[in-house]
Design a binder for this molecule. Structure first.
Ligand code: 13P
Ligand code: SF4
Length: 345
């Protein structure tokens, strides 16, 4: 059956037999998804899993994907660093990237022999869109000889202009791995400032930000603490400095997930995209998650009907320009050689 991405043709609702077959999946996410909603998702989950086998495809899903995708069809889940590492390792002919465009590009750069599908090509990122290769060239002209570190939330063209990439889980190690007194760090000014606060290396910042994380404020954190005494606050380093200063733990999406295993706190709030809390709460039924809801409109573009359509049609496919792929790969490879920092409890 063909599903039009713009107007996805609905699969018929699940039969009782299919619901029984998929009951173990639904049991995990029942506390965040009404039965009526699952009855709509279940036929897609079944068909996508079937097609994955036929196409020898692997689904890589970011931690911000919704629970129907995260628990229903994903083979590998993780943060940007984890997904990039897996893209380079996974078996299979096809990667379906459930995340945003820069993540699919990273997969294609690291696994150029594979077909990389992105179920919605408009799944962008305000950080990636805030900087071009020409902007990096200007920075290099302004600060000759100073190495350029770019966040993975950038286009392949930008990665190709940089010396090395980083993610939110290895940014400090990457900056320090260069052995210089100064680095240029782009595009996220908040992540850059957070790195600067933890190293002696001088960090030259760029004016970029994430439209989802920059909406959080320090006052909001204070309000959470007033309303929920004892609450444990975890924040993503793309948040403004007052938020990070007020948090108990700062780290990447997977860093936050690992940190939850180590904390005894009964009540927690994750200051990040809100699908994360739904996914993470599955593994922590003992914890109460307070859920401020800032959704990433780009991540939310990826849906089960679009994943099905991508596998049916083997499109849309992500390509990376031959003129930048080698240099972009070097920046990613250099990053992957830098050891991931152990997570602080
Ligand atoms: P992570 O690398 O922490 O998963 O972050 C990716 C991202 O886009 C956060 O907004
Ligand atoms: Fe980009 Fe922010 Fe969305 Fe992450 S949450 S993909 S940084 S816009």
């Amino acid at each position: 059956m063909q599903v039009d991405t713009k107007d996805p043709q609905r699969l018929p609702e699940a039969t009782p037999e299919l619901l029984r077959e998929l009951a173990p999946v639904y049991e995990r996410i029942a506390h965040v998804m009404p039965e009526a909603e699952w009855a709509v998702h279940a036929p897609y989950v079944a068909r996508i899993n079937e097609l994955k086998r036929e196409r020898n495809a692997v689904i890589l899903a970011h931690n911000y994907q919704t629970p129907d995708i995260f628990y229903g069809v994903a083979d590998v889940t993780g943060d940007s660093l984890g997904l990039a590492q897996k893209a380079a390792e996974v078996e299979g002919d096809v990667i379906v990237q459930c995340g945003v465009h820069f993540m699919a590009e990273s997969s294609k750069i690291l696994a150029p022999e594979k077909t990389v599908l992105l179920p919605d090509m408009d799944a962008g990122c305000s950080l990636a869109e805030g900087i071009t290769g020409a902007d990096v060239r200007l920075l290099k002209e302004k600060y000759p000889g100073v190495p350029v570190v770019v966040y993975v939330n950038t286009s392949a063209e930008v990665k190709a202009e940089a010396d090395i990439c980083c993610t939110s889980s290895n940014a400090v190690e990457v900056v320090e791995s260069l052995g210089t007194d100064r680095v240029i760090f782009a595009p996220d000014k908040y992540l850059g400032q957070w790195v600067a606060n933890q190293t002696r290396v001088e960090v030259i910042l760029y004016e970029g930000s994430c439209e989802v994380h920059e909406r959080f404020t320090g006052e909001e954190i204070e309000a959470f603490r007033r309303q929920h005494p004892g609450i444990h606050v975890l924040a993503h380093p793309e948040c403004p400095q007052d938020v990070l200063q007020a948090a108990d733990y700062v780290g990447s999406t997977s860093g936050m997930i690992r940190h939850l295993d180590d904390t005894q706190a009964r009540q927690v709030v994750m200051i990040t995209e809100c699908s994360m809390s739904d996914n993470v709460s599955v593994e922590h039924p003992d914890k109460d998650f307070v859920r401020p809801c800032n959704l990433c409109p780009h991540m939310q573009r990826i849906t089960l009907p679009k994943i099905l359509s991508a596998l049916e049609n083997m499109a849309p496919e992500v390509h990376v320009d031959a003129s930048v792929i080698e240099d972009a790969r070097q920046s990613l490879d250099r990053m992957l050689e830098v050891r991931r920092r152990p997570v602080a409890a």
